[in-house]
Ligand binder design. Structure first.
Ligand code: NI
Length: 207
């Protein structure tokens, strides 16, 4: 870990400082694809530095919600992801189970009158490194319109058609979100959807 820390500070961080400073001095906007290109440069700089093990993924957190990542030095695509939030009520219940078995399987989430969660949904898309600039505003608009608006401040069982006959578990919410979001992004392909109902319980769906 100390070796990783030392090499990232010595080899990768100065690249980011140099490239962002240069863009700032030139008054040039840094596109998300420019950030991805920096990650590829960092990959090259870190190659062979760890005495055997090699880098498998480099991810830059732009803020607590947005990330840009690359998974190869010669990659032609990068991953952009953003976290969204929604609050909703649900009940997890299976009519084929006894009352006791529902409580055993679903725990507190089996309360028949429902209860709330503050959900977090991370949507990741893959984009080509070359090509048109990625518009985060359009991406956010698409996620909000296709999914978030229909679940935020709703009773998932009663007000979201997909959950009329399907338990709104994190697994099923991730799958429903995937179906709603797939094909919605111009110039980007949906890569994964992760849903957290709290810090411990989450699911990632990749189609
Ligand atoms: Ni619950």
């Amino acid at each position: 870990v100390v070796e990783i820390d030392r090499h990232v500070r010595a080899e990768a961080v100065p690249l980011f400082i140099a490239q962002t400073s240069e863009a700032f001095r030139a008054g040039r906007h840094l596109a998300i694809s420019d950030v991805a290109a920096m990650l590829v440069n960092a990959w090259t700089a870190l190659k062979g530095r760890f005495g055997g093990p090699e880098v498998s993924r480099i991810c830059l957190e732009l803020n607590p919600f947005r990330k840009v990542a690359v998974c190869a030095e010669d990659c032609s695509v990068y991953t952009f992801s953003e976290k969204f939030e929604f609050a909703a009520t649900h009940t997890l219940w299976n009519d084929k189970f006894s009352d006791q078995k529902n409580l055993d399987v679903f725990g507190k989430c089996a309360n028949p009158l429902g209860h709330g969660h503050n959900y977090v949904v991370e949507v990741a898309v893959e984009r080509p490194l070359e090509g048109q600039e990625f518009h985060i505003g359009q991406f956010e608009k698409a996620v909000n319109e296709a999914f978030i608006q229909s679940v935020d401040h709703k009773n998932l069982n009663a007000q979201v058609p997909e959950f009329a006959e399907l338990n709104p578990t994190v697994e099923n919410i991730a799958r429903v979100a995937w179906r709603r979001l797939e094909g919605r992004f111009s110039g980007a392909v949906l890569s994964s959807v992760t849903v957290w109902e709290n810090d411990k319980t989450y699911c990632t769906f990749r189609g």
